[in-house]
Design a protein around this ligand. Structure first.
Ligand SMILES: NC(=O)c1ccc[n+]([C@@H]2O[C@H](COP(=O)([O-])OP(=O)(O)OC[C@H]3O[C@@H](n4cnc5c(N)ncnc54)[C@H](O)[C@@H]3O)[C@@H](O)[C@H]2O)c1
Length: 362
């Protein structure tokens, strides 16, 4: 494809700013249109960039010349919206996390992309954090030696008013709980750093809010390489967000990445002088990784350089997520080589999905 690539956005809520800013500024990208069911939300971003706004994405894709569509709608709609865009309009799609909720939707999405000759780019922007890259490289090169234990800790604060903000939040059909919405980045990083998981045993509870999903999850993890892991993810921290951290204890030393979104390399025993070099300040928990993520999308589609986060890479966290839920549902250890899916995550709720479906205008 030729540069600049023309991008459009469906869903202009909280995460849209992290797409609009890079797409409006990166060489090789051109943001051409915005869409939200609530057009005023799109207007918030459109004004300063003088962009056309649509409330119906079919109309947008019929009227505008677009190469790539960013799907930033409620999580339970990602697969339906992305497949519609790929099938009907043959556009590449960038899909926010979580790529899908139900494990079964992954296969449908993958075959749709292949039949339509387009690509799916899943967003996991925290993979680009400097500290994460440093630790991954030193695990891959063997400098850190054999990993013994990986621990993820997400302690964020999401009170009832957060879940009350939109009908999709805190539901099994559209959102999933703390582990899915907030924890997925760090669930992804565990496998990104330590490799595939063999089995999990999880427990979950809804502690401090009235929602059907969990606000607190803990799990023990066994990796295929023999390392063990611990997951602690909660949105029941009060009164503020405290941390999203990951620590790796390995044969040759310890690496501890702390901060609001795994952005500070706070301990690095191999070379303590590296800690400041590989730490960065983030304006918020969304971080800065979308910029490099989009540079990689552009390089993939215009120069044929494969994106480092392929569809299959993106799918690994969804598989682990489903296994964690199934383990808590069955109160049992779950092996990932079994075909396990959560009984709740991504379950169908036609009334809720009807709120977010868009039919072509007649
Ligand atoms: N990468 C990250 O760190 C990160 C951070 C926040 C959110 N997200 C993900 O992004 C997605 C959106 O989250 P959010 O917090 O921005 O939610 P939000 O509710 O603020 O925004 C979603 C927007 O989608 C719009 N929408 C829904 N259906 C639509 C349709 N058919 N056509 C056009 N617009 C439609 C809604 O009107 C809403 O404005 C979620 O899946 C979430 O998990 C990712």
């Amino acid at each position: 494809m030729t540069s600049p690539l023309r991008f459009a956005i469906i869903g202009c809520g909280r995460i849209a700013k992290n797409h609009v800013a890079p797409l409006a500024q990166l060489p090789g990208a051109k943001l051409v249109a915005l869409c939200d069911l609530v057009a005023e939300k799109a207007h918030v971003y459109a004004g300063s960039h003088n962009l056309p706004v649509y409330a119906n994405y079919h109309t947008m894709l019929l009227e505008e010349e677009v190469d790539v569509v960013c799907v930033l709608t409620p999580s339970g709609m990602h697969s339906a919206h992305a497949m519609d865009v790929m099938c009907r309009y043959r556009k590449h799609v960038v899909v926010e996390k979580p790529l899908v909720l139900a494990w079964g939707d992954l296969a449908k999405m993958k075959s749709t992309a292949s039949e339509c000759g387009v690509k799916i780019f899943p967003v996991y922007q925290n993979r680009y954090n400097k500290a994460v890259q440093k630790v991954r490289n030193d695990l891959l090169s063997g400098a850190l030696g054999r990993p013994a234990l990986g621990t993820v800790r997400v302690r964020w604060c999401r009170p009832q008013r957060y879940y009350n903000r939109d009908p999709w939040r805190g539901t099994w059909a559209m959102d999933g709980g703390a582990l899915t919405n907030q924890g997925i980045h760090y669930i992804d990083l565990l496998q990104y750093l330590l490799g595939d998981v063999e089995s999990v045993f999880a427990r979950m509870a809804t502690q401090l809010v009235r929602v059907e999903v969990e606000d607190t999850a803990v799990a023990s993890v066994k990796f295929k390489n023999g390392a063990l892991g611990v997951v602690e993810v909660t949105t029941a921290a009060r009164p503020n967000d405290f941390e999203a951290s990951i620590s790796i204890l390995a044969e040759n030393g310890a690496a501890i990445i702390t901060g609001i979104a795994c952005n500070h390399l706070s301990t690095y025993t191999l070379d303590p002088s590296m800690t400041s070099l590989y730490s960065e300040e983030f304006p918020d928990a969304y971080g800065l990784g979308h910029w490099q993520f989009f540079r990689d999308v552009i390089a993939d589609l215009t120069k044929g350089v494969p994106h480092p986060i392929s569809f299959d890479e993106g799918a690994r966290a969804i598989r682990l997520l489903n296994a964690l839920y199934r383990s808590a549902e069955n109160n049992h250890e779950v092996r990932l080589d079994e075909s396990v899916t959560s009984l709740n995550l991504g379950r169908s709720d036609p009334k809720l999905s009807a709120l977010y479906e868009t039919q072509p205008e007649t």
